[in-house]
Design a protein around this ligand. Structure first.
Ligand code: DAT
Ligand code: MG
Length: 140
């Protein structure tokens, strides 16, 4: 399996509870390397643009409100099979369905406040990395 890069975000519900270090440790323990990281308090326009794929979903307003309610930490992760590996470490979208040992099982509050985001495919990973980072910010 090739070395991949994926986009990860530690959401406001988690930064507010000071969980950035614990969540990053879980990603690193899974073999993912943080090659870029910064703290961003998203504007409404940035959140709407980032989650544009969900704009017609009933939860979109709540999603944008939640994502702009505090700082996030946006990261690029690198490793073998990084996209799938990150999704595995994150756990299911709804923490009630998340497997033991996953970030969402351990830390998420609800389906809307589920602590982390992770790209779901190579195309979205490339788009999401480019949305938040320029090439010179990626330090492998
Ligand atoms: P994931 O974050 O696991 O990729 P997704 O892409 O389906 O999940 O949805 C994006 C985010 O939108 C999700 O992390 C939390 C929010 N969300 C999804 N379904 C929701 C729902 N039924 N109610 C409230 N928020 C929801
Ligand atoms: Mg998604």
């Amino acid at each position: 399996m090739a070395i991949e890069r994926t986009f990860s975000m530690i959401k406001p519900d988690a930064t507010k509870r000071n969980l950035t270090g614990k969540i990053t440790a879980k990603l690193e323990e899974a073999g993912l390397r943080v090659v870029a990281s910064k703290r961003v308090w998203m504007s409404k326009a940035q959140a709407e643009g980032f989650y544009a794929v969900h704009k017609d979903r009933p939860f979109f307003g709540e999603l944008v409100e939640t994502m702009t309610s505090g700082p996030t930490v946006v990261q690029v992760l690198e490793g073998e099979n990084a996209i799938l590996k990150n999704r595995e470490v994150m756990g299911a979208t709804n923490p009630a369905n998340a497997a033991e040992g996953t970030i969402r099982k351990e830390f998420a509050v609800s389906i809307g406040e589920n602590s982390v985001h992770g790209s779901d495919a190579p195309e979205t990973a490339a788009q999401e990395i480019a949305y938040w980072f320029s090439g010179v910010e990626l330090v492998g």
